[in-house]
Write a protein that binds this ligand. Structure first.
Ligand code: GLA
Length: 738
């Protein structure tokens, strides 16, 4: 079984097929982190915790407790009693004093995995040997029980962690505690001067989401975070420690991904003893949770992917895990309907006739679903009004949704719709009736973003009102897809009903409310295809994948910009989750013109679709659509369920970009090569393929043209040639085992 406890050594051993994680009950019951690395047959000993060296642990002598605590490799460090590195837990007692010390109490090992209250979290598969370790720690002074949960997913080589807090202090009725900080995971490792750890993160901006950044870990603290109420464009709740010599194929990589859609912190400290601590969890700024006697609190999950075979393997483990244990949608393995979205085609300027014209053109090109984006409700003629008024604008859509959807279905397309349920326009019926329903600070006018305010969905009556409207729209017509958007960060985070000492709960309550709303949606419409979106990709995180199998990756649909965005996103998330569309040129975001083929080839590495007015395409471009539609269906299984390999990265300053997906049984593969800029006086580029069966023979097809046969060995070791000409051109190579 994956999890065991060695009574004699006092060590917990968590095994996956290729990794081992070791936790020791150290001196005085201080839980220590011993090891996370390649699979061990036998656990190493407690001596790795160095508790027999000076400064000695408080259980030996109290003399230098604060030094010991500041050097010890903790599984779950707490604040206030000597550890000056980033900690996972800070608790304030009823007298307003901060300090917490956790001592090991008991453990349990169970098969399967529990749910976390109100939070998205991974689940075991049907035939899985997933086990969960519960480590109960106690602070007797506070009357606090902390349960650390570790689940081992053997096949995917993933360990998940989360934390449950319980106020169990019953003496004199117990005291109310305030949790000022609860992070979900900590990893303490030794820094190695020769081959030290570096840090990979995915910073970005609107239109430039999740660009891969690899940097040195420096002495002191470094962090990525969000304080925007959403996981954000600016940073992704992901961080990986990789060795200096780690590359795609080899070397150690430890990736952490946070299953959460709100404020987060991922922070490293390279501390005085040349140790690196990485912590991840809800951002403590602005967080303050009241925990009364008898109450408990669940902190969200962190997913750990350890690979000794480079960042490529770390990524593939994440992909397998999110596909197998996080995404619940029935669409997970299905071909997604190829959609056309009217946003960039019409913006707010549309009516039933214009949409039906778009639908007819789309149908004749082979497209399968029309998505009506922003602008169909209330008095929404621009982005200055009507969010929150989720009733159909009959001036634009005479006959309402039922007529439009029936006509679209009659044309032969499915129908999808856009909502932005968390927002409200000051100029809306709902806001005029309930001005207190927006997040706001007493005595201040809340700040607008895109002329909209954030609804206080932490209030039950607010989310019920919005969800009742949304669900009744969905019941009114045959709507098979919803794009759930969220177009501004949270500010003015105040609520008019919570008492003053609970206002610090608001940001987390907001995320819980969001999850409750989306849970209600997918429960009431289990066959609905839900796509999350947030001004492009500001909420692309594992939490949202629990509700929607795909997320809009970025408003930037330029094929060349997308190379970096999709590369960074796919470092953690499966390609089947990345919303990717072909749009018009010159591109709306960067003004760049790229061939229609390149736009199609790049979008085909995600959930494929179109975001344009077909009437504005050239005849030549238009004739390519049916071929792209057919190719999407031909290749989608490889891309969606296969193993993904980054072969060459434009962001590493190559003039080209190349990646491939290989079916799990290695019978088929799809490689995409994009020549970003042509190079003069240069010869062809040879790319060595990955993931194929060296013993097999493959039929090679380049952009639809047969190119003979090659052995797997030849493709892996010698590679394929790609000409070095043309800007923004692309090649697709399809391989099929013969
Ligand atoms: C956001 C989305 C876009 C579009 C607009 C509509 O910016 O990212 O795709 O839906 O909102 O207002």
């Amino acid at each position: 079984m994956p999890i065991s406890f060695d009574e004699q050594k006092q060590i917990f051993k968590l095994d996956t097929d290729r990794t081992t994680y070791l936790i020791g009950i150290g001196p005085g019951g201080l839980l220590g982190h011993i090891y996370y690395g390649p699979k061990l047959n036998h656990a190493c000993g407690m001596d790795m915790l160095r508790a027999d060296e000076y400064p000695y642990p408080p259980s030996v002598t109290p003399r230098d407790k604060i030094s010991f605590v500041d050097y010890y490799l903790f599984e779950f460090p707490t604040g206030g009693v000597g550890d000056f590195r980033p900690t996972c837990l800070e608790v304030r007692n009823a007298r307003g004093q901060r300090g917490c010390e956790l001592v090991y109490d008991s453990y349990a090992i169970e098969s399967g995995k529990p749910r976390l209250e109100g939070l998205p979290c991974s689940f075991p598969g049907e035939d899985d040997a997933v086990q969960t370790l519960y480590l109960n720690l106690k602070d007797e002074v506070l009357g606090l029980t902390v349960t650390l949960l570790y689940s081992a997913f053997p096949r995917e080589n993933i360990i998940t962690r989360s934390v449950m807090l319980a106020n169990t202090g019953m003496e004199n009725g117990g005291e109310t505690l305030h949790i000022g900080r609860v992070l979900s995971a900590c990893l303490d490792v030794d820094q190695d001067g020769q081959n030290g750890y570096e840090l990979i993160t995915l910073p970005g901006a609107w239109g430039r989401e999740r660009h891969v950044q690899r940097s040195a870990v420096r002495r002191g603290r470094q962090s990525v975070f969000s304080l925007r109420g959403e996981s954000s464009h600016q940073y992704q709740p992901f961080a990986a420690l990789v060795r200096h010599d780690t590359n795609e194929e080899q070397g150690e990589a430890i990736g952490l991904s946070f299953v959460y859609s709100g404020n987060f912190l991922a922070e490293t400290e390279w501390s005085q003893m040349d140790q690196i601590r990485l912590v991840m969890g809800i951002h403590p700024d602005g967080f303050d949770w009241e925990l009364r006697p008898g109450e408990s609190f669940d902190a969200p999950e962190v997913v750990l992917s350890y690979s000794a075979e480079g960042t490529g393997q770390m990524t593939r483990q994440f992909h397998d895990f999110f596909r197998g244990h996080m995404i619940r949608s029935p669409y997970l393995h299905r071909d997604r309907p190829i959609l056309i979205n009217n946003w960039e085609a019409t913006y707010f300027d549309f009516n039933t006739e214009r949409l039906l014209t778009l639908a007819r053109e789309a149908k004749s090109a082979g497209i399968e679903m029309l998505v009506m984006d922003d602008g169909w409700f209330g008095d929404r003629k621009d982005d200055f009004r009507s969010l929150g008024d989720w009733f159909v604008n009959e001036e634009k859509l005479p006959g309402g949704l039922s007529y439009l959807v029936e006509e679209v279905n009659r044309i032969g397309l499915k129908f999808g719709i856009w909502f932005e349920p968390e927002m409200v326009s000051p100029d809306s019926e709902i806001f005029r009736a309930h001005p207190d329903w927006a997040l706001q600070l007493c005595g201040r006018k809340p700040s607008c973003g895109r002329m909209q305010l954030v609804l206080d969905i932490t209030r039950q009556e607010v989310r019920d009102c919005i969800m009742d409207q949304l669900l009744s729209i969905l019941h009114s017509a045959n709507i098979e897809y919803v794009k759930w958007d969220m177009n501004r960060s949270l500010t003015d985070v105040g609520n008019l009903v919570l008492p003053s000492d609970r206002q610090g709960e608001l940001l987390h309550r907001y995320v819980l409310a969001l999850y409750e709303m989306q849970e209600r949606l997918v429960t009431e419409f289990p066959e609905l295809l839900l796509e999350n979106c947030s001004s492009g990709g500001a909420r692309f995180d594992a939490g949202e994948l629990y509700y929607s199998p795909q997320i809009w990756t970025s408003d930037d649909t330029d094929a060349i910009e997308r190379l970096r965005i999709q590369e960074g996103t796919a470092m953690v998330f499966p390609l089947s989750s990345m919303g990717a569309h072909v749009s018009i040129c010159p591109n709306e975001q960067v003004g760049r013109s790229t061939p229609f083929k390149t736009r199609g080839d790049v979008a085909m590495s995600g959930t494929f679709g179109y975001e344009l007015d077909i009437a504005k395409l050239t005849a030549e471009e238009r004739t390519q659509i049916p071929g792209q539609v057919a190719d999407y269906h031909r290749f989608h299984g490889i891309v969606a369920d296969g193993d993904y390999y980054r072969l060459s990265s434009w962001s590493d300053s190559d003039p080209f970009d190349c990646w491939m997906s290989v079916r799990k049984d290695r019978s088929e593969a799809l490689l995409t090569f994009v020549q970003v800029l042509g190079r003069p006086n240069f010869r062809s580029r040879i790319i060595k393929l990955r993931g194929l069966d060296p013993e097999a023979r493959y039929a090679v097809e380049r952009d639809g043209a047969a190119e003979g046969e090659r052995s797997g060995e030849e493709l892996l070791c010698c590679g394929l040639r790609f000409p070095n000409r043309g800007d923004f051109t692309s090649t697709q190579v399809y391989l099929k085992r013969i």
